[in-house]
Ligand binder design. Sequence first.
Ligand code: TZP
Ligand code: MG
Length: 219
Amino acid sequence: MMTERQSRFHEGIRLYVITGANYHPGRTLADVMEQTLIGGADIIQLRDKTASQRELLEQARVLRELTKRYGVPLIINDYIDIALEVGADGVHLGQDDRSLAEARERLGQDAIIGISTHQLLHALTAQAGGADYIGVGPVYPTGTKPGKAAVTTNYVTEAAASVKIPFVAIGGITLDNVDTVLAAGATRVCAVSAVVGAPDPAAVCRSFKEWIAAADTAR
Ligand code: TZP
Ligand code: MG
């Protein structure tokens, strides 16, 4: 008998933090990401478009140790090989990256596989292909992903109405606009610069979690 696959992207994953190149002056990757975990980040993704593969592997090893200690999943952006090498929990792939099918084949049924989506067709395709979650964005224009048109909160509302797998709103989300994103239908948010560029990443994460909890109560 076929049993339905149980995704490891569980209900409790609400605040998703991605690494970035622009940390607050004087802070390191390990230091900043530990602060996000202390503040309540539920999942961490390694993404650094400026690093070489060798540097990424080194960063992945540091984050694997850290996330294990906090019992939080580690996702690697783009690189299935690095995910395999460090024993990460999964990968995140864009529309132009390696395919979902290849990632599933190589990482197995237990892996968490996320897909970036910019329109409902991408979302429904990822869902049908067995993605564990999708990114919905960029909601707002963002310097972290320059040149990518904002999808606005309209797509967040569409995703909330039509997508059955978990979705994470991403792109230009800060403590000043997260209430609008949550009101549009998001229950999970993702941030890079608002968290990793802050002088106190733990405090920012705590505030994001408070907004998310408040929106749950209001729903
Ligand atoms: N995918 C869509 S927007 C984005 C990614 C990786 C960047 C989000 O970064 P920020 O700094 O939170 O706007
Ligand atoms: Mg990518």
